[in-house]
Design a protein around this ligand. Structure first.
Ligand code: SF4
Ligand code: SF4
Length: 425
């Protein structure tokens, strides 16, 4: 259970992956021994022609490059930067509209900002230049990208990470105006028709009040739901917006789906010139002596956070999970760096789940947001009937894991669907 809020913003070294699951090639722009500043581009990573900058999250010296495990369980090149603790940031002259002085978040240099009026092109350039694309994690969330026509911006103020829910309502109370502005900026960047923020019906009154006041004149619709009753609530809301079954990537449906933290980062980047150098991560699980929500410097090793949390309990089979239990990634090692796509980590004792037989209740079929029939797919996979797997549109599965979540027999239905996909893929 989360009992504390902590910060870990000054690691001795940061390890920044040069590539990721999408962008597999990088061009490095610095050498060992170079001094770098916060927000300085240390490399560009490429996905086809799409080029994304990799930024330093501290000021200090490049002390080397190393191949190590990343948060997607892949071995990739990382740059190692020794932190001089000065947090000297680059002056973002490219994005200059008016000069402002910011003492926020330990930044000791002047930074530059955009004033109120900003164009779609400026939003896109600023977000790309500051490397803000993956500030949430797996599941239904999308990257912060504007792909073709992005008609709907949907922002989640609930932070569900099944089966636990971690919510930092303090951040909403203190930053409601900035969050609302971030949502509007995303809308401008996308040229969106609708802006929506989803809240839990039982969110604390003060947080709801602040958010309500901040969005009142901004054309942002607030949808309040009871997360304990409504299963797959975000799927249902988004399906209603787009009026059809959802794709593997919501950007293809014209939806950018992100969190209030991401909206805050967008505001910080565009209005204050602050690149994404830290993020909030919920660290939970009975494997750790202390559970906490951290404001952590990107590039910090998870093993450093574990030390800060007083280490592990003595548990025989440890299970380390990044992201949602249903769709996240499992790692067998804590020697990986926090990136902007890590929002939660759980370390728990591994417990075998006893599966029962399928009772053909149809719950998995009913809940599937892709409109396919996971029970039937599982059946076809069990019988190895390729033609039936294809006929059932298995490729449309968005790997949300809801079929597994609702199954009363505790069957990992998603895993069967994945196998079926691989069989015919
Ligand atoms: S994981 Fe299950 S519920 Fe989700 S889209 Fe795939 S088949 Fe449907
Ligand atoms: S929810 Fe589970 S028990 Fe029910 S039909 Fe699907 S796989 Fe079978």
């Amino acid at each position: 259970m989360i009992t504390e809020y902590r910060t870990f913003l000054n690691p001795k070294k940061v390890y920044i992956p040069l590539t990721d699951i999408d962008s597999k090639i990088a061009n490095v722009s610095v050498e060992e021994g170079d001094r770098v500043l916060v927000g300085q581009i240390v490399a560009y990573k490429f996905k086809g022609k799409d080029k994304t900058p990799v930024l330093s999250t501290v000021s200090g010296t490049v002390v080397g490059f190393v191949e190590k495990l990343d948060r997607y369980a892949k071995i990739v090149d990382h740059i190692i930067i020794e932190n001089d603790l000065l947090m000297e940031t680059i002056e973002l002259t490219n994005y200059k509209d008016k000069l402002a002085v910011s003492q926020d978040r330990n930044f000791i240099h002047n930074v530059t900002t955009y004033s109120e009026n900003i164009s779609t092109a400026q939003v896109r350039t600023a977000l790309k230049g500051l490397g803000i694309q993956k500030v949430t994690v797996d599941g239904l969330f999308t990257d912060i990208k504007f792909k073709g026509q992005t008609e709907h911006i949907v922002v989640n103020a609930i932070f569900t990470n099944e089966p636990f829910i971690s919510t930092d309502y303090e951040a909403i109370i203190h930053n409601a105006e900035a969050i609302a502005d971030g949502i509007c900026l995303l809308g401008i960047g996308a040229g969106a028709k609708t802006l929506t923020v989803i809240v839990d019906k039982y969110m604390p009154a003060e947080a709801l009040d602040e958010l309500g006041k901040a969005i009142v004149d901004k054309n942002i619709e607030l949808i309040s739901i009871n997360v304990k009753i409504i299963k797959s609530w975000d799927y249902k809301i988004i399906q209603k917006l787009v009026k059809h079954n959802l794709s593997l990537n919501l950007l293809d449906d014209g939806v950018l789906y992100t969190s209030v933290h991401a909206a805050l980062m967008v505001h910080d980047a565009i209005r204050k010139g602050i690149p994404v150098t830290s993020r909030q991560v919920a660290i939970t699980g009975d494997g750790l002596k202390v559970n906490a929500v951290y404001d952590v410097r990107i590039g910090t090793l998870f093993s450093d956070l574990v030390e800060d949390l007083e280490g592990y309990h003595e548990v025989e089979n440890m299970n380390l999970h990044i992201g949602s239990f249903l769709t996240g990634i499992q790692l067998d090692n804590d020697d990986f760096a926090i990136t902007q796509s890590v929002d939660s980590i759980n370390v728990s004792e591994y417990r075998e789940v006893e599966e029962d037989v399928c009772i053909k209740c149809g719950d998995c079929n009913d809940i599937c947001p892709a409109g396919i029939l996971p029970q039937n797919i599982m059946d076809a996979e069990l019988r190895s009937v390729n033609s039936r797997i294809v006929e059932l549109d298995t490729h449309l599965c968005v790997e949300c894991g809801l079929c597994t979540y609702v199954c009363p027999s505790k069957i990992n239905v998603l895993e069967w669907v994945r196998r079926a996909k691989r069989r015919v893929g």
